[in-house]
Design a protein around this ligand. Structure first.
Ligand SMILES: Nc1nc2c(ncn2[C@@H]2O[C@H](COP(=O)(O)OP(=O)(O)OP(=O)(O)O)[C@@H](O)[C@H]2O)c(=O)[nH]1
Ligand SMILES: [Mg+2]
Length: 106
């Protein structure tokens, strides 16, 4: 997977903002685009294939659940990744699934 589509955990599973966001904006050259960029976020139930869909659409490399390990929470908190082969510059935002057993919601 191309290096510049790197994934970055923006907010941890505990709700803490990652203060190293500048590493992501520098690596992806986001800061050079001013306000000319798009943000696409996905929300939905756990294991609803959110990460799979984003990876297919934007060639990001978000972790996907390994079905052989059983159904469990994969994405925690909020992750972002740079879309590849799309204009304008697009950030894909991958949100933790709702209805998760890990949060006592099932
Ligand atoms: N049967 C079937 N399974 C699929 C398909 N696409 C993805 N999966 C499986 O669906 C499961 C969930 O995929 P993820 O993309 O990790 O789901 P998610 O919504 O990001 O999950 P969380 O991050 O835990 O909320 C994985 O086991 C995938 O292998 C499909 O087209 N058909
Ligand atoms: Mg996911």
């Amino acid at each position: 997977m191309a290096e510049d589509c790197c994934r970055f955990q923006l907010i941890s599973g505990d709700g803490v903002l990652n203060m190293e966001l500048e590493n992501f904006t520098r690596t992806t050259n986001l800061s050079q685009h001013g306000l000319s960029y798009a943000v696409v976020a996905i929300m939905g139930p756990q294991s609803g294939r959110k990460s799979t869909l984003l990876n297919k659409l934007f060639q990001t490399n978000f972790r996907m659940m390994d079905a052989e390990e059983g159904r469990s929470q994969t994405t925690q908190g909020i992750w972002i990744g740079k879309g590849i082969g799309i204009e304008p510059f697009t950030i894909a935002m991958n949100v933790e699934g709702s209805d998760s057993r890990e949060r006592g919601q099932v």
